[in-house]
Design a binder for this molecule. Sequence first.
Ligand code: ACO
Length: 323
Amino acid sequence: MIRSVVRGFGAALPKRVLTNREMEDIVETNDEWIVQRTGIRQRYIAGEGETTASLGEAAARAALDRAKLTPADIDMIIVATSTPDNTFPATAVNIQARLGMHHGFAFDVQAVCTGFVYAVATADAYIRGGLARRALVIGAETFSRILDWTDRTTCVLFGDGAGALVLEAAEGKGTIADRGVLTANLRSDGAHRDKLYVDGGPSTTGTVGHLRMEGREVFKHAVGMVTDVIEGAFNATGTTADDLDWLVPHQANRRIIDGSARKLGIPLEKVVVTVDLHGNTSAASIPLAIATAAGDGRIKEGDLVMLEAMGGGFTWGAVLLRW
Ligand code: ACO
């Protein structure tokens, strides 16, 4: 049975750090409010020349280096993003060109903060279906460019960055002891589409628009949705929270992360948290968190790892994999 095994990981952040203290000069806010409500202490903001594609390329190159591979070894690129360099072509083909690749195929996935979970699930399905052997799965965002910098209820929450995984087809026995993606559980419900959205687009206003959010509404749904898909992933594989080595949640908000872990009975020592350093980087947050925890040796070969996210749409989902 074919499994999609993680062969490499990488991350990239813009040069500029914007601290909560510096935020106080931009909008009426303060460090204490932001830390208490969200756990965020700083975020990275893309500067001149830094774009979703340039950050995604840097993360992809880091993942290839770690895997000891080159672009010639890759046959599929999937980029999860809601902040593409252009409306089209896809940021994935931009990155393909930057990597000097003329072979294979590349496309974007748009599921907002759940984008990376959707992208891993998509890459896994393509690999198991025999359409690709090695995939670069990238989450890359520049949310700073769609924020309303006069709206304190949203602009303090988000940041920019990118992360990437190399997934590779490998023969497994078809048990949960196999390395690779074990299951994916994806959901969406468009009834919630106006609770977190961008108020512009090519087919409506002809503008890029700004992010708008009913924060309390998002918060109200987040923990229930996330724990639901995680429990689904446990049930599908006959595993439980006790078997888990690491929970790598989407990094939106410390209170959502802690609430979800508590509800599932997952001790906080097993939860990877980077929201304090990166803010909410949407589709980039999970691969950035993976690169942090695998880079410092916490996530090791053989570990059982749950990725989970919830975001605009609403979309939500979980992927269970053996590292
Ligand atoms: N600084 C200081 N005060 C602020 C700020 C700020 N940046 N933003 C809002 N306030 C004020 C409000 O104006 C309000 O004041 P008032 O009582 O005088 O009217 C007060 O703080 C409380 O505002 P609420 O919106 O009720 O604050 P809440 O406790 O709900 O926290 C937050 C807001 C952090 C956005 C919370 O709702 C939340 O975490 N929501 C989840 C949203 C999220 O994480 N979205 C990310 C995208 S989706 C995803 O990735 C899962």
